[in-house]
Design a protein around this ligand. Sequence first.
Ligand SMILES: *[C@@H]1O[C@H](CO)[C@@H](O)[C@H](O)[C@H]1NC(C)=O
Ligand SMILES: *[C@@H]1O[C@H](CO)[C@@H](O)[C@H](O)[C@H]1NC(C)=O
Ligand SMILES: *[C@@H]1O[C@H](CO)[C@@H](O)[C@H](O)[C@H]1NC(C)=O
Ligand SMILES: *[C@@H]1O[C@H](CO)[C@@H](O)[C@H](O)[C@H]1NC(C)=O
Ligand SMILES: *[C@@H]1O[C@H](CO)[C@@H](O)[C@H](O)[C@H]1NC(C)=O
Ligand SMILES: *[C@@H]1O[C@H](CO)[C@@H](O)[C@H](O)[C@H]1NC(C)=O
Ligand SMILES: *[C@@H]1O[C@H](CO)[C@@H](O)[C@H](O)[C@H]1NC(C)=O
Ligand SMILES: *[C@@H]1O[C@H](CO)[C@@H](O)[C@H](O)[C@H]1NC(C)=O
Length: 384
Amino acid sequence: MSSETSPVPSPRGITRALLWLAVATVACLPAVASSCRRSCGDVAIPYPFGMKDDQPGCAIPGFEVSCKRDGLLLKPFLSDDVEVRGILLAESQVRIKMDISWSCYNTINRTMDSINWFLSFRDTPYRLSDTGNKFTVIGCRTLAYITITKPQQLESSSLTTGCVATCNSQGDLASLSDGTCSGIGCCQTTIPKGLQNYGIWFDDRFNTAKIYNMSRCSYAALVEASNFTFSTSYAMSSAFNDTYAGQAPLLLDWAIGNQTCEAARRNPNPDPKYACISNNSDCFNSSNGPGYICKCKEGFHGNPYLDDPELGCKDINECTDWSKYPCAVPGTCVNTPGAFKCVCPPGYPKGNAQNGTCERDQLPLSSGAKIAIGGQNMFSQATD
Ligand SMILES: *[C@@H]1O[C@H](CO)[C@@H](O)[C@H](O)[C@H]1NC(C)=O
Ligand SMILES: *[C@@H]1O[C@H](CO)[C@@H](O)[C@H](O)[C@H]1NC(C)=O
Ligand SMILES: *[C@@H]1O[C@H](CO)[C@@H](O)[C@H](O)[C@H]1NC(C)=O
Ligand SMILES: *[C@@H]1O[C@H](CO)[C@@H](O)[C@H](O)[C@H]1NC(C)=O
Ligand SMILES: *[C@@H]1O[C@H](CO)[C@@H](O)[C@H](O)[C@H]1NC(C)=O
Ligand SMILES: *[C@@H]1O[C@H](CO)[C@@H](O)[C@H](O)[C@H]1NC(C)=O
Ligand SMILES: *[C@@H]1O[C@H](CO)[C@@H](O)[C@H](O)[C@H]1NC(C)=O
Ligand SMILES: *[C@@H]1O[C@H](CO)[C@@H](O)[C@H](O)[C@H]1NC(C)=O
């Protein structure tokens, strides 16, 4: 078809053609540029993450962070206002900081003043980690809810979970104990998989009007479970909020795209393009929502998203870490791609260097002579 006879392309058609060209160009680009900035303040920013204002290709779309100055420090942020404390590549997680919601009795106008936080990662690769976080409520007479919508948009169909913390009676106070979050002064519950947003609100029917001298404020937050240990001081003071300076760590799971490994691998132009490109990497369907993640094969470490001999998945030399990869007979470790072996030295064909000893075959002349290598040193043993 000649250009004279083809219809004038509509703007929509032009857009589509340009998009197609852009995809084709990206597919031909070499490895991720080494000039991409890979840290912000004290936080490493490994690919697929990258700086928002860096050159194209430094991040997979959706994984951009902005590096901003906060006083003297540089700090990375997701969606411009959510601070990133760490990117956990092997776990496919990001640790962020999120504000603690609170509700306090106001002695002047005799009402509860509350600050309820809402966080949304809709249309992003991030989901709240159901295994890493717990909804945590602190107080002596409080009921707080976690929902997937803002409280003012609540519908009966919205997912809502509540957690009650009380410590009203003398018996309750006596049974408050450090490290135990059991409903007395502290309540914790898990959240379902796949959530991309949450809001917190307090039920005003549970309020501290009658106990404000003892416990005026209650607190609630979704918190990284392994970072939280209940302290009895939390129930009756602002110690919880103070310990975390108003912001608790929270884990997000992330995933690439919204397809399974197989579909993304098969698709010639998936968006984004298939990401598990390092040698010795494997693809796994995300366990928390759609999409997939990449990991180095067992026995390899590095960045599974990079096709780079130095930065991609490299063999772990197990022989340099005797404490993690022991051979019972020292000095017998042999590194192999992805694994290691414990090999008895030549002349010691009997035994098992992995979990036993290496023994020399009986020699024809000195019958009964047997050399064992064991413990930390080699020794010879004459037996007759
Ligand atoms: C109570 O007073 C606080 C300020 O001290 C104000 O923020 C809040 O809106 C007041 N509440 C009501 C219900 O008037
Ligand atoms: C709180 O303490 C104040 C001053 O000590 C006292 O007047 C008030 O009655 C107490 N309120 C309650 C609910 O215990
Ligand atoms: C909890 O997180 C904070 C900030 O991320 C960190 O400084 C602290 O060491 C963590 N504590 C534990 C017990 O993990
Ligand atoms: C919690 O801590 C934050 C940050 O320090 C502060 O702004 C907020 O007022 C505190 N809230 C309460 C109820 O203590
Ligand atoms: C999957 O991702 C593609 C590209 O980002 C998007 O166009 C599509 O709507 C997504 N599908 C679903 C079910 O989220
Ligand atoms: C990913 O999920 C699909 C569909 O549930 C399944 O057929 C496939 O085996 C899974 N792939 C991996 C690598 O787990
Ligand atoms: C990946 O492995 C192939 C085959 O072993 C090798 O030819 C290639 O150079 C490797 N690529 C990288 C980036 O290490
Ligand atoms: C020692 O290692 C051998 C081979 O790896 C294995 O078959 C055997 O069960 C091991 N014995 C013990 C006591 O672990």
